[in-house]
Design a protein around this ligand. Structure first.
Ligand SMILES: NC(=O)c1ccc[n+]([C@@H]2O[C@H](COP(=O)([O-])OP(=O)(O)OC[C@H]3O[C@@H](n4cnc5c(N)ncnc54)[C@H](O)[C@@H]3O)[C@@H](O)[C@H]2O)c1
Ligand SMILES: O=c1ccn([C@@H]2O[C@H](COP(=O)(O)OP(=O)(O)O[C@H]3O[C@H](CO)[C@@H](O)[C@H](O)[C@H]3O)[C@@H](O)[C@H]2O)c(=O)[nH]1
Length: 455
């Protein structure tokens, strides 16, 4: 099949490359000409494991093309995916500027029948807006071209995006036309034996399914974070509780990890957008509002622990805090809504210095932090270094922020020797408190029983 994908962010690039890999001819378009130039040169603008190989292989085979020209994209395809960003607007609603602009660009050029697919995460009713935007442009041109808009939300996770796309749990398609639905079924056949993963429904339900999934997962995380904070007060260990409840098949083991609060480009914005959609319909989503409140508070939990450890806000002034990890989760350089940003701001406000290391997000973090705090503050109070060991040199304490694999087996005698205050704060509960205590290190996790340091 001939496909165009509009937008070359995570979703556009991963889905475009995966569709090409199963034999389709895919044209990926972006209005960001810098990205298209990079992609044409074989450079992948984001860090996603396996994506460089996948893109290069399919580009070399002539199945994956890049362009910033809408004429190319619209004339190329029978199926056009919209995978542009839908960032939060000031009032929390999803900003549809990009998706409607892309729809108009298609309408201005469409000359043959096509299926237009909403792949971006968009509020219920957006497919109708996209349809109106395209139809409006066709009308202006005085032409009549048959087209259908379908909803096909994406469920991939950053860091595991290719696997998620190639082996999906489910493929949700909302359509109001049988032929368009059939084309989608055929397109996804290579990813779903006997179409067993294909779930077809009406368009509005498909749009809501995407928000329902993210809202449910975000709520699980906030639930566990609240219980973690309670565990601390009760002298229980949230890690034991997690194992104890996760084995119940009705609960399941995934997405039960307490930590520094959920971040990333999706959960925070999608939770906000669903709350806003409901309030536009005069319904208050009490549970989801609490999910968000708990998450905002959780992003400050580690800072509160640091304040307590240093005997109050003033105690942090002039201290040096080492951070391991900056990206919002491992295996990505994405800094969108990363909990590290909240922690770094609080540390700067308290007068502390930060030495940070991240395996891949160093450049992106620097860009984001300089934009947030200015060159001067970053030059004087922040050092982003080239190794985990370097980050610890001269630091008072260490905070594990992102659970990258390379942080999982730390050299404890080295930490005990280098950290001036011999203390480690584990924002992801990946360490064994007893082992740290045995090495003479104070250990604090999230909702955990700390090991007792041998005197
Ligand atoms: N990032 C994820 O893991 C993920 C997963 C599932 C769903 N989603 C959803 O998919 C959508 C895209 O997310 P993303 O993270 O890939 O976005 P992104 O912000 O990384 O990339 C979006 C791209 O769209 C381009 N763009 C904007 N307006 C355009 C236009 N009019 N024409 C052509 N290109 C245009 C931008 O230049 C940018 O490169 C969002 O709605 C998001 O919620 C994201
Ligand atoms: O038990 C857990 C699991 C995750 N997180 C945090 O939750 C956030 C989101 O993590 P994850 O879901 O793995 O990453 P995303 O790439 O943001 O993926 C989510 O958002 C995407 C965009 O909508 C969806 O497609 C995915 O299905 C959905 O998992 C991160 O900050 C994680 O640290 C926790 O704190 N505890």
């Amino acid at each position: 099949m001939k496909i165009s994908v509009i937008g070359t962010g995570y979703v556009g690039l991963v889905s475009g490359a995966c569709f090409a890999d199963v034999g389709n001819t895919v044209l990926c378009l972006d209005v960001d000409t810098r990205k298209i130039t990079m992609l044409k040169d074989g450079i992948i603008p984001i860090h996603e494991p396996g994506l460089d190989n996948l893109v290069q292989r399919n580009a070399a085979a002539g199945r994956l093309l890049f362009s910033s020209n809408y004429d190319d994209a619209v004339s190329h395809a029978d199926i056009i995916f919209l995978a542009v960003g839908t960032p939060p607007d000031e009032d929390g609603s999803a900003d549809l500027t990009h998706i409607l602009s892309a729809a108009r660009s298609i309408g201005e050029r469409l000359t043959k029948p096509a299926v237009i697919v909403d792949k971006s995460t968009v509020p219920v009713g957006t497919a109708e807006k996209v349809k109106r935007a395209i139809a409006g442009e066709l009308e202006k041109r005085g032409v009549n071209v048959a087209f259908h808009v379908v909803s096909n939300p994406e469920f991939l996770k950053e860091g595991a995006a290719i696997d998620d796309f190639m082996k999906p749990d489910r493929i949700v398609v909302g359509a109001d036309d049988a032929d368009a639905a059939k084309q989608m079924r055929q397109l996804y056949a290579p990813f779903s034996r006997n179409h067993e993963k294909f779930v077809e429904m009406d368009i509005r339900s498909a749009e809501l399914t995407k928000y329902a999934a993210n809202a449910m997962l975000a709520t699980r995380i906030s639930f566990m974070n609240e219980l973690a904070n309670l565990s601390e007060l009760l002298g229980a260990d949230i890690e034991a509780v997690r194992l104890g409840i996760g084995m119940d098949p009705r609960i399941g083991p995934d997405f039960l990890y307490a930590g520094m609060g959920y971040g990333g480009s999706c959960f925070p914005k999608d939770v906000k957008a669903l709350i806003k959609t409901a309030s536009d319909h005069k319904q208050q989503l009490h549970l989801l509002t609490a999910t968000e409140t708990v998450n905002d508070a959780q992003k400050n939990v580690l800072f509160t622990k640091l304040v307590r450890f240093f005997g109050g806000d003033a105690g942090l002034k002039g201290k040096t805090i080492a951070l391991w990890g900056l990206s919002f989760k491992p295996n990505t350089d994405d800094m969108r809504e990363a909990p590290s940003r909240i922690l770094i701001k609080a540390l700067f406000d308290a007068g502390a210095n930060v030495i940070a290391y991240d395996p891949v997000a160093r450049e992106e973090a620097k860009r984001v932090l300089v934009a947030e705090h200015g060159e001067d503050l970053c030059n004087t109070r922040l050092r982003i270094v080239e190794s985990a060991r370097q980050a610890v040199e001269g630091a008072d304490v260490l905070v594990l922020v992102t659970e990258w694999k390379e942080f999982r087996a730390p050299d404890l005698p080295f930490l005990a020797e280098k950290l001036k205050q011999k203390a480690v704060f584990d924002g992801r509960n990946i360490y064994d408190p007893e082992a740290f205590a045995a090495a003479g290190l104070v250990y604090e996790g999230i909702g955990r029983r700390s090991g007792k340091v041998a005197q």
